[in-house]
Write a protein that binds this ligand. Structure first.
Ligand SMILES: *Cc1c(COP(=O)(O)O)cnc(C)c1O
Length: 365
């Protein structure tokens, strides 16, 4: 009897579906781009110690301005950034939601270029911001000419550029970001560069933090969910002009970052050398996936991230199911002929490659 449609839902949310990457318990989980390497024991111990200290303070609200965390994030990022340039929330998803709450909303629009991160339209729906799905070239690249023509046509209030892009994995040329910024800022719009995977890039110097000086409407978002192996802690952040932090203070919930979250993130940042030591291995596994899939005759995209988007499959749904039956969960992003796989540990990556090879040789030759 009871169904969702009986409830007095907002009209614009009727018929919508929630985010729903499958959560299936299998031996090899390579579908949501987590860092699958186990956390170094030394880091686990540091987190436990600092969370235990935070537990003694839980009768009080946490530091609303998370000053220590912002300072640690600024130190980690470098580029002359200070705590005043940094903001954090419960995952970069909450960061993006706050940005849409404060710069989007009814009568306003956010544009991104699909295929891209599937949460952007959902966050737009939730904040009653119109989502404009821009397009990419056939090879999923985005040229300056194409981006500018689309922006001039739609004049969005917010543009989100995902770089490296999820699900395709390829980083965007900084020249594209600069050109998009010029066009959007001319209308006093906001440009968000989602750099969730920045630490895995082929050339880490090519990141949008270098573009922040003199660009007050530019926001670069990052996360501790991927390279920092901290998806379970929920910590995302952005770097921008201090006035952008003032803007999101208008919509953030009071004390939105718990004392436990702050302690966990600060401990992880202070042990970043040990935590980020796995990044090079993950990049090596990623490159190994690209080489191996190329050898199988498949078409992996250039990857600056910890995952590989590959095409050339005759039946991606059958391949996905075959891998799942073999205990390997990868991602079907709904793009014909393509699947996406996260670079795992060496053993996990080997399991994926072995079963992928068997599938191709048995069913697609
Ligand atoms: C994984 C991912 C995020 C991270 O989200 P969190 O909420 O920080 O876990 C953000 N953007 C993109 C494109 C991602 O793939």
């Amino acid at each position: 009897m009871d169904s969702l449609s009986d409830l007095p839902l907002r009209d614009d949310l009727r018929g919508r579906s929630p985010y729903g990457a499958p959560m299936i318990d299998v031996p090899v989980t390579l579908n949501v781009n987590e860092n699958t390497h186990s956390m170094p024991a030394e880091v686990v111990e540091a987190i436990i110690r600092d969370v235990a200290a935070a537990a003694l303070t839980l009768n009080r609200y946490p530091d609303r301005e998370f000053s220590v965390l912002r300072q640690e994030l600024a130190t980690y990022l470098g580029h002359g950034l200070t705590a005043e340039n940094l903001w954090a929330a419960n995952g970069s998803n909450e960061i993006l939601q706050q940005i849409m709450q404060v710069f989007g909303g009814p009568g306003r629009s956010v544009m991104s270029f699909v295929p891209t991160y599937s949460m952007y339209p959902l966050l737009a729906d939730g904040t009653n911001t119109t989502f404009i799905a821009g397009y990419r070239a056939e090879d999923y690249s985005l040229s300056i000419e194409s981006a500018l023509a689309q922006i001039r046509e739609h004049r969005p209030n917010i543009v989100i550029l995902c770089s490296p892009n999820n699900p395709t994995g390829t980083g965007l040329d900084l020249a594209v970001i600069e050109a998009v910024y010029e066009a959007v800022a001319a209308d006093n719009g906001i440009v968000v560069v989602d750099e969730a995977y920045a630490e895995f890039a082929q050339d880490r110097s090519q990141n949008a933090l270098t573009l922040l000086p003199g660009r007050p409407n530019l926001i670069v978002t990052r996360t501790m969910s991927k390279a920092f192996a901290l998806a379970g802690a929920r910590l995302g952040y952005f770097a921008a002009a201090p006035t952008v932090c003032d803007a999101v203070r208008l919509v953030r919930l009071p004390y939105h970052l718990s004392a436990v979250t702050q302690a966990t993130a600060v401990a992880a940042l202070r042990h970043r050398q040990q935590l980020l030591a796995n990044v090079d291995d993950i990049r090596a596994q990623r490159d190994r996936i690209v080489d191996h899939l190329t050898g199988l005759g498949l078409k992996p995209a250039v990857s600056d991230s910890n995952f590989v988007f590959f095409g050339g499959l005759k039946d991606e749904k059958a391949a996905w199911q075959y891998l799942l039956d073999a205990g390997v969960l990868v991602r079907d992003n709904g793009i014909p002929g393509y699947l996406r796989v996260t670079a795992g540990t060496e053993a996990e990556t080997s399991a994926f490659l072995e079963h992928m090879t068997a599938y191709i040789e048995t069913f697609e030759r």
